[in-house]
Structures are given as structure tokens and as C-alpha cells.
Design a protein around this ligand. Structure first.
Ligand SMILES: Nc1ncnc2c1ncn2[C@@H]1O[C@H](COP(=O)(O)OP(=O)(O)O)[C@@H](O)[C@H]1O
Ligand SMILES: [Mg+2]
Length: 420
């Protein structure tokens, strides 16, 4: 094949290929640490009440009666997606056992972020679980047509349970309206239950009144985990690793870090998984607390880089100015005026005109909103008058290194600032 875009080596050469060596001295069952993995009941910690609530919602469905609708709220990593999928999966199996045709669909609006994508995914998942094949097209049709395909498939089903996850990312509650009224409006005889999940509690307040009335009965709130629960969650996944590979301090350390971030189980599992990967990559024989700290720094860095990438040039200059001040002086907090002064120099070095003092203050407040900085009014005493002081909540070196992706730019600006 002359134009093989991926050439392969000769078979004799691959025996010694490092890629051919199983490197499983650290991990035994990696899949247990995948975020989307739905663990068995006995690995689910501290969510008995929430599991019961969802069971009550879906119980009628497993007997072919109408299931309820609910909105589930809670911060990231509080087990909302896990519990909803876990109970829905059981409901589907039990319904099948009862000779009830219960179709379940799971949509993550972080990915399916338009109403057309949601409707397409609903209809395709229904088709996959149905004995009929409608050859639903991948593109070229809109949400109403996809919904029509769904209703056609539902003609053969008794119950549909649809989990619409991260629904706040959709910015449109039409789909909830359509699903909650489908039966009433004669679109289908199948009973539909919707579990809508949101990380934002404000979501409900902004819902359309028509939708609210279908969901008002059931609002479930998932509370964050404490460090003890996170430890238990991680302990129950120890078998993702080879025996005796996790050093004693590792799980407590990961749990403490995750508890600091509102008890986020997702964060905990991610850090544990990255710690293991770091150990494996370094060829170390065990996972230590040092690996955990390195994994945490790396995670913080990548989240921060993401935030930086999404910000405007002047917003970056302002942050750079604050980081520069923090690094080059003994003080921890700086007035808007002090920051503005350095910011003007950064602009000069970048060959651009500075924004107004007021705009810079607004940009600083935006950074505070994302928890990159913090600001407060100083006491100052009546005669001096109080003023606002800003401080950096991140490592100043990390900020200086990240704000300008090319290190040369950073060097140039720093030397310009030093020469001033
Ligand atoms: N109570 C729990 N027991 C075991 N694992 C959990 C628990 N809660 C969350 N997890 C795990 O933490 C990660 C994040 O949970 P998830 O359900 O996605 O949170 P949310 O949807 O609230 O953001 C998943 O990998 C999940 O398996
Ligand atoms: Mg989730």
C-alpha cells in the first residue's frame, strides 16, 4: 500500500517494542477509576436516602405504571449522575423481569448541548433498546422529527425513563416541556419519567412555569461528602490497584484534598487515578503521597490554564501585574492603584493602550469571582479612608508562567518591568 498513512513495523521487530510490555505493576483494574463507571451497590457510599428517593420515583415504572419526574441538584462530584444511572439501570432489569418494556435513556447535555442533539440521542437510544429499526438519520433533521421517531418507538414500550444530565448546560427547557406533556398531548401512550440533573440550584427558579408544574413534586438535593465518606469511596475502589501498591497515606491525603474542594468525589477519583498514572510512568513500584501532591498540582495547573485561555488579553495583563507584585515584594495584598501602575507598564511592554482604572477594577473582580484572586476593603481608619485590596490565591510563579504561553513574552515583560 503506497499511501498507508499509518505504517506498521515488521512483525519480527515488535517483540522488544516497549509498547508490547504490559505495564501493570500499578493498576489491576483501571476501569474502576473511570468517571463514567457505574460501580456495584456495595461500592456506593453514603447515598442510601438518595437511592431510596429515586427508587420511589421509578418503582411504579417497573410495574408498568407512570413513574415520577424529579429535578436533582447538587455540586459536582456529589454522586448525582451515579445514583440516577445506578437506580435506573436496576429499574430496567427489574422491569424486564416483570415483562414490562422499560426503555431508559441517559443524555449528558455537556455533550448534547442543543435540543436537536438531545432529541437525536433520545431517539437513537430508544431505537437501540427496541426490536424495531427505523434507520434514524444522523443529520439533516430537526428536534421535532427526532421526537417523532422517539414517539414511534415508544408505541411498543410501556415506560421511558430519561435522565437529562447537566441540563443547565442546555439553556432551553423545551425538551422537558415536551417530554412531560407527551402523554397528555396524545403523542404517545407510553409513560414517561424524567430525571433532570443540574449542578446549579438556581436552575429551578428560572424554569418555565409550565415545566415547573410537572416537576414541583420532587426536588432532590445531594449534599457534598465529608472527608470520611470520600475516604470510604476510595477505599472501596482500592482493587483498581495491584495489592500493596497504595502507600498508607495516599487515600487519606487524596480525601483531604477533595474535602477542601466541597467534598468532590469526582476530584478525588481523578487525583487518585492520576497519582497512579504518575507512579506507573516513573516506573515506581508504589503510589506515594508525593505522587498525590504532584497530581494535584498538575490538575490545578491545567484547570488554571483553561481559565486563562478563555480570558481576554487585558484580563491577563491585570492578573500578571498582580502576580508580579506579589512575587517581587513582601506584601500579600495590593491596592487597585498599585496594580494599575504595573498593569500600565505591562501594556506598554505589549505595545497596547491601557484600559481605564475602573475597567481594571472590574477585571480584578472577575478574577475574584473565579477564585483566582480575593479582594476586601481595608480598615484603613476613618481619616485615611478605606480602600480595596487584592491578593492572589494561586502560586505567583504558576500565574507568571501561564498567563503568557510563550516564555519569551514573559521574560521580555519581566525585564521591561525590572528596567522601569
Ligand atoms: N456515593 C458514592 N459512592 C461511590 N462513588 C461515588 C459516590 N458518589 C460519587 N462517586 C464517584 O465519583 C465520581 C463523580 O460522581 P458523579 O455521580 O459523576 O457526580 P455528579 O454527577 O454529582 O457530578 C464518579 O466516578 C462516581 O462513581
Ligand atoms: Mg454528573
Amino acid at each position: 500500500m503506497p499511501n498507508d498513512p499509518i505504517p506498521t513495523p515488521d512483525p519480527e521487530d515488535i517483540a522488544d517494542d516497549p509498547l508490547a510490555q504490559r505495564n501493570d505493576s500499578i493498576f489491576a483494574r483501571r476501569e474502576l477509576l473511570r468517571i463514567g463507571h457505574v460501580p456495584d451497590s456495595d461500592r456506593i457510599v453514603g447515598r442510601d436516602g438518595e437511592i431510596k428517593d429515586i427508587e420511589e420515583l421509578l418503582r411504579p415504572g417497573v410495574f408498568g405504571d407512570p413513574p415520577g419526574n424529579a429535578i436533582v441538584y447538587g455540586k459536582t462530584g456529589s454522586g448525582k449522575s451515579l445514583v440516577s444511572r445506578h437506580v435506573t439501570g436496576r429499574a430496567r432489569a427489574i422491569a424486564q423481569n416483570n415483562d414490562i418494556s422499560l426503555i431508559s435513556a441517559y443524555i449528558d447535555c455537556d455533550q448534547a448541548n442543543t435540543i436537536t442533539r438531545v432529541a437525536r440521542s433520545l431517539s437513537q437510544q430508544a431505537e437501540y433498546q427496541s426490536t424495531r429499526s427505523l434507520d434514524i438519520p444522523d443529520k439533516g433533521i430537526g428536534s421535532s422529527e427526532y421526537m417523532d421517531y422517539l414517539y414511534t418507538l415508544l408505541d411498543d414500550a410501556d415506560v421511558l425513563v430519561a435522565i437529562i444530565d447537566e441540563i443547565d448546560k442546555l439553556g432551553d427547557d423545551e425538551i422537558l416541556f415536551k417530554l412531560s406533556r407527551a402523554e397528555e398531548s396524545g403523542k404517545t401512550g407510553c409513560y414517561i419519567g424524567v430525571i433532570a440533573i443540574s449542578n446549579k440550584i438556581e436552575y429551578y427558579e428560572n424554569l418555565d412555569e409550565r415545566v415547573k408544574s410537572s416537576f414541583q413534586d420532587d426536588e432532590l438535593v445531594f449534599h457534598p461528602y465529608d472527608a470520611g465518606q470520600i475516604r470510604e469511596i476510595l477505599n472501596k475502589r482500592r482493587d483498581a490497584f495491584q495489592p500493596n501498591v497504595l502507600e498508607d497515606g495516599v487515600i487519606p491525603r487524596v480525601a483531604a484534598l477533595a474535602a477542601r474542594e466541597h467534598g468532590d468525589a469526582r476530584k478525588a477519583i481523578e487525583i487518585l487515578s492520576s497519582s497512579g498514572k504518575l507512579a506507573a510512568r516513573n516506573g515506581d513500584s508504589s503510589v506515594s503521597e508525593e505522587h498525590v501532591d504532584a497530581a494535584q498540582d498538575y490538575a490545578e495547573m491545567s484547570r488554571f490554564q483553561e481559565l486563562i485561555r478563555g480570558s481576554t488579553p487585558h484580563s491577563k495583563y491585570v492578573l500578571f501585574a498582580l502576580a508580579y507584585l506579589q512575587k517581587s515584594s513582601l506584601k500579600q495584598a495590593f491596592s487597585t492603584g498599585e496594580i494599575y501602575h504595573v498593569y500600565e507598564d505591562v501594556c506598554k511592554s505589549e505595545g497596547t493602550d491601557p484600559l481605564s482604572h475602573q475597567r481594571v477594577l472590574e477585571l480584578l473582580k472577575e478574577w475574584a469571582f473565579s477564585d483566582v484572586t480575593e479582594n476586601r476593603h481595608t480598615g484603613g481608619g476613618k481619616s485615611e479612608g478605606s480602600y480595596r485590596e487584592h491578593s492572589l490565591l494561586r502560586d505567583s510563579d504558576m500565574v507568571l508562567d501561564t498567563v503568557f504561553e510563550q516564555p519569551k513574552t514573559k521574560q521580555n515583560i519581566v525585564s521591561d518591568l525590572q528596567n522601569d
